[in-house]
Design a protein around this ligand. Structure first.
Ligand code: SIN
Length: 294
């Protein structure tokens, strides 16, 4: 039996896993135990993991089939040798960015929910981190859902929202996209606002990202008002975990029941992260036990 310890990092979500060297293959019982801890804590942190890119890819495959990164603003993979790896960085080489998202804030979001089958998970490996700034936050969408005021829950019952594909979380337009002037016409998948997690069966609020979101079937101002209330509720500090990065931290998160965001940092320092993601299935609406699906 693999032996590691699990220490909660925040009341809402997040746990530190210690005692594992992720370069070594994990035994089946160790993987099962890790997945149990992951289902419970949603975000797992492993410190001091000196992973090469092939080791990061091998580790990622433990959690499922790799999902290639979404289109970045430059239209080609950052690592030609490992196109499944996305580089998140502010560093430029010869004036050309080596990665995505720059040094600004990345707003609250869930990864790639603008497609029909968003990734179920992501792994982020810190190679170079600033001495301060660039912290990443995750929020627990089970908790957000369970604590929704009744009227708000009823207002979104059975409803879907548009998950706009136009902008990334740093506010950069994706290649090939056009500016959106009316969220009702935004390109992107339409997902249920409350989804059933396929493994735990629990209900999770599923918001994607705020910009250009729209709740189908509602007048635009009503949709905006509801979305603002949902986002304020979902991202309250009590539901979050804050990650202050150290070099060679590895974070694994469940993209089906969390949101994340990143703080800005000093443009004069470098931050380099390598990221993979795992294929997921189309989100399905949560149906209260004992009721009939619409
Ligand atoms: C991301 O949104 O995947 C990037 C998070 C980060 O840069 O910490």
């Amino acid at each position: 039996m693999a032996s590691f310890t699990v220490t909660a990092l925040a009341p809402a979500l997040g746990a530190e896993i210690s005692g594992l060297d992720l370069r070594a293959p994990l035994a089946a019982d160790g993987i099962a135990a890790l997945k149990r801890a992951w289902r419970e804590h949603l975000v797992l942190r492993f410190r001091g993991q000196l992973l090469s890119d092939p080791e990061l890819l091998a580790l990622s495959r433990v959690f499922g089939e790799l999902d290639p990164p979404g289109p970045n603003p430059y239209g080609k993979p950052f690592l030609a040798e490992f196109p499944e790896i996305n580089v998140i960085s502010n560093v430029k080489k010869d004036g050309v960015p080596i990665g995505n998202l720059g040094d600004g804030e990345a707003v609250w979001h869930c990864d790639m929910t603008y497609i029909e089958t968003p990734p179920m998970a992501a792994l982020l490996h810190a190679l170079d981190v600033p001495p301060s700034g660039g912290d990443t936050f995750w929020a627990n969408m089970y908790l957000a859902c369970e604590t929704l005021p009744r009227a708000l829950r009823q207002a979104i019952d059975g409803r879907r929202a548009i998950h706009d594909a136009t902008y990334n979380s740093a506010g950069m337009m994706r290649k090939g996209m056009k500016d959106v002037t009316d969220p009702r016409e935004a390109p992107g998948a339409r997902h249920p606002l409350v989804v059933r997690h396929p493994e735990t069966g629990r209900a999770a609020l599923y918001l994607g990202r705020r910009r250009n979101s729209y709740i189908l079937g509602l007048p635009l101002d009503e949709s905006n008002e509801l979305l603002d209330q949902l986002w304020t509720h979902a991202t309250q500090p009590e539901f979050t975990f804050r990650q202050q990065w150290q070099p060679h931290d590895l974070i694994l998160w469940d993209n089906r029941c969390t949101l994340h965001r990143r703080d800005s940092f000093d443009p004069g320092v470098s931050r380099i992260m390598h990221r993979t993601q795992i294929k997921g299935a189309a989100p399905v609406p949560y149906v209260e036990p004992g009721t009939m699906a619409a």
